[in-house]
Design a protein around this ligand. Sequence first.
Ligand SMILES: [Zn+2]
Length: 314
Amino acid sequence: MKSWSDGFGGWRWMPRRALPWLLAIALLMASTNTAVARSRQHIPTRATSQTSTGLSAVDKANLLHNMRMGCLGGRPSPLGQVIRLGSNVNAGYAAPDEVALTFDDGPTPYSTPPILDYLEQTHTPATFFVMGQYVAQWPALLRREWRDGFAIGVHTWNHPNMTVLSYGAAQAQFVNTVNAIDDALGGKPCIWFWRPPYMDQNAQVIAHAAALGLTTIDWDDDSRDWSRPGAQAIADTVLSEVHPGAIIILHDGPAARQQTLAALPLILAGLRARGLTPVTVPQLLMDGHFAGVRLPSGPGATLAQVPALVRVAH
Ligand SMILES: [Zn+2]
């Protein structure tokens, strides 16, 4: 039987000293309630097998990753606004010296594995906005992303312009993708944000997503890597637009992304030179003091320490 510590084998960014804290917190949550399970109530999910303790091994593993997703104590309440960057300037907080690298349109075997290899070799956190049709086709790739500690968001089933769809068609784009993610990961993964393809959104689409528990995450630093202008040009574009709190869009997915991969060392070097640290989207939003993703006060100071504890090591 695998122990919980085995489950950390893929968490390649985690400082070992943080593990006992995370385990203690997860056990506390498991023993007190199933807040994470309740957090999934907005989107229909499929039944999963459970042990007599009420939590399967997959559930326990997901509980730990769910905390990294900002879901300690339950899924953050969906925000009815679009988030373009990780700085909540309205709250009067300075932007964190952090950025979020995000990769859209995967997972596919063509470009995702080498990008994951590089991110893991360099201990670089990132967020993947995934498409349901590819998750269903290559679920093992999504499991790798999740179990290796990356954050996951929804990027619809097959990349339509959401604003032109009927309610029912839009509903299918959301729900089928979340169900594909649930099926791939098992248990109760906390998936609580999505990104509209082409940034095509309106109040109706944003409200629809929020009704399903999904906060809308855009970007404010566009690499334009899809146009394949060369690795140096991709990096130059990212670094010309970057700032504390930036959400940077890159792409994996089915198209050729060798230039994106080749740009990553240049981007990381530029971020380092500017004193900016890559984090996941939920981490960035937590550190940016977004009310919707502020961790709950919980049963004590231990829980309040989680944001710092889950910060990845560099
Ligand atoms: Zn896309």
